[in-house]
Design a protein around this ligand. Structure first.
Ligand SMILES: [Fe+2]
Ligand SMILES: [Fe+2]
Length: 231
């Protein structure tokens, strides 16, 4: 397999894992009546902003897509849609980072449950859209690239893609992002990561603790109304 394709698929795997972890962290925190760990959520959104949004997307839009477009018009509409996703999605992750900060800072406000509901819906929509974006690239674009690009195209792309690899998948040497990933892994509740399991976190937050009462409030979450209270 060409290095470019392997790198893109590896980076998609890492990103998918982080996206799915965010979704699970939110849904499991809610299910257990706990505040999610804001530090780990911040770390994961920061990673998405720093690498997939700034570097991975840029490599696809600036290097891969123009080469495919030059060789074939077959997927022109699909590529235009992916480029539009890239342009939109960086703004979206910046907004989500701000909304997460607002959620944390305003956790005592009267509208906190509604704010939480809105953040979770926006986050889940972002995750679903991103996973669909990755699927379209892998199903429609990468196989087309394999068919139409020349040996010279691949040599050029492979050299460029080797230059900026996702630190989450890059196993050689050390890099600035490694402590961030370690922190994500060590803080994410088990079984998502190596942090304390949700059940253990639940025991460490006795009833009446402010964050707990905020997250267990049902006023802004119709789906949770009538749900059994967390003991
Ligand atoms: Fe992309
Ligand atoms: Fe991609």
């Amino acid at each position: 397999m060409h290095a470019t394709l392997r790198i893109i698929r590896d980076e998609h795997s890492s990103l998918s894992a982080v996206l799915r972890s965010i979704g699970l962290l939110l849904s499991e925190s809610r299910r257990h009546g706990l505040a999610p760990d804001f530090r780990v959520l911040r770390a994961m959104l920061f990673y998405i902003d720093e690498f997939p949004e700034k570097v991975h997307h840029t490599k696809e839009t600036a290097l891969l897509f123009p080469k495919i477009r030059a060789r074939s018009s077959e997927a022109a509409a699909a590529i235009a849609r992916l480029d539009a996703d890239h342009a939109r999605s960086h703004r979206a992750v910046l907004d989500l980072q701000h909304d997460l900060l607002a959620l944390e800072m305003m956790s005592e406000a009267a509208d906190a449950p509604a704010r939480r509901q809105r953040f979770e819906e926006e986050m889940q929509a972002y995750i679903a859209a991103y996973l669909d974006h990755i699927r379209r690239e892998e199903v429609e674009i990468l196989p087309l690239a394999e068919r139409v690009l020349t040996v010279a195209d691949w040599a050029e792309l492979d050299a460029e893609f080797m230059r900026n690899r996702d630190p989450l998948t890059h196993r050689e040497g050390d890099d600035a992002f490694r402590p961030l990933f370690k922190r994500i892994l060590m803080t994410l509740p088990a079984p998502l990561g190596l942090g304390p399991a949700f059940e253990a976190l639940q025991k460490s937050y006795p009833g009446g603790e402010p964050a707990r009462s905020f997250w267990t409030s049902t006023s802004g979450d119709p789906a949770q109304r009538g749900a059994k209270a967390v003991p």
